[in-house]
Design a protein around this ligand. Structure first.
Ligand SMILES: [Zn+2]
Length: 40
């Protein structure tokens, strides 16, 4: 089996799985986007 490694924190991820640190980044970006949209 092949493991992918997070380049940021070095965690072992399953194939196609995203690390939590990557998820947080996306969540942050989305939250900011929503914030802007909510600030009409
Ligand atoms: Zn990571």
């Amino acid at each position: 089996m092949k493991y992918e490694k997070c380049e940021k924190c070095g965690a072992h991820l399953d194939h196609g799985e995203r690390c939590d640190c990557d998820k947080e980044k996306e969540y942050r970006a989305e939250a900011e986007h929503t914030k802007k949209d909510d600030n009409k």
